[in-house]
Design a binder for this molecule. Structure first.
Ligand SMILES: [Zn+2]
Length: 282
């Protein structure tokens, strides 16, 4: 049995794991799925049986990201992590299908040798966890993956040295709880003009994203990096994948969907902001 970075969602105790099961000192047990992740979502929670991104969304995002459309963002996040990570637990909060998790872990493993260096990913979507666990295991990256809420992360207070969150919900209080004082928070959000010309094709009136309020109590902001690149999609399949991974997919009416279906190519800006914070030391 190895000590896990995750704590028991029932009693909060430390857990050990082998290839098949996680177990705490009080005997609470959580099976590791055949896909390689552990489900730590409380069974009695009120949310749906299949919360988070469904299979279609997860697959669309994996297909799109694997083609490298957002590789400029991945490179910039790798750079930020290498700059601020000094060993310890690196947690990807809302890891999705693990594209950025894999990129960042690889970069860390390629770089310096840290005495203690552990990786974990958490996502509420079991579909996403399955895809992430498979991807990370294929890449031979030692990363524990759990289905859990980013609002209730299954790790001890102050356990995390660096927390990354890529377009996932920002949970200030929970991040303040889990990141050790002096630890880093690296967050990626869509930039103001992200996908603007795509939105203009979908909606009669398109609006820029609102960005710029970087204040986060409990954290000191260290830097903001803007990365942008024009991307060209030359087939309707990639355009549909992009659409399915955006929040617009479910907010758009039938007419908007028809407009996307009709697109055969698309040139648009892929624009992001990476914000780095340090957890305030007390
Ligand atoms: Zn327990």
């Amino acid at each position: 049995m190895n000590k896990s970075v995750f704590i028991c969602p029932v009693c909060g105790g430390e857990m050990e794991r082998n290839e098949r099961v996680y177990r705490c000192g009080k005997g609470h047990c959580f099976d590791i799925s055949a896909k390689g992740y552990v489900n730590l979502l409380p069974a009695n929670a009120k949310h749906s049986a299949d919360p988070g991104d469904n299979k279609m969304m997860v697959n669309a995002r994996a297909d799109f990201l694997n083609k490298g459309y957002y590789s400029h963002l991945a490179e910039a996040v790798e750079g930020a992590v290498l700059k601020y990570y000094g060993g310890g637990l690196l947690l990807d909060s809302g890891c999705g299908e693990g594209y950025y998790t894999e990129r960042v872990c690889r970069a860390v493993l390629r770089g310096k040798n840290f005495p203690v260096c552990t990786f974990a990913g958490v996502d509420i979507s079991k579909n996403a966890c399955a895809k992430a666990a498979r991807r990370l295991s294929k890449a031979d990256i030692p990363c524990e993956t759990a289905a859990a809420s980013v609002f209730d992360l299954p790790v001890e207070d102050g356990a995390v040295s660096l927390l990354m969150t890529m377009f996932a919900p920002l949970c200030r209080e929970e991040f303040e709880r889990v990141i050790r004082p002096g630890g880093a928070l690296i967050m990626a959000i869509p930039g103001a003009g992200h996908l603007m010309s795509f939105k203009e094709k979908i909606y009669d009136e398109a609006y820029e994203n609102v960005v710029g309020d970087y204040e986060l109590s409990g954290f000191d902001m260290l830097e903001v990096t803007r990365v942008s690149r024009e991307i060209h999609l030359d087939n309707s399949e990639d355009i549909r994948s992009l659409f399915a991974m955006t929040p617009y997919y479910y907010k758009t009416g039938r007419e908007g969907h028809a407009r996307v279906e009709a697109l055969e190519n698309l040139t648009t800006m892929a624009e992001f902001e990476i914000i780095v914070y340090k957890r305030t030391e007390r």
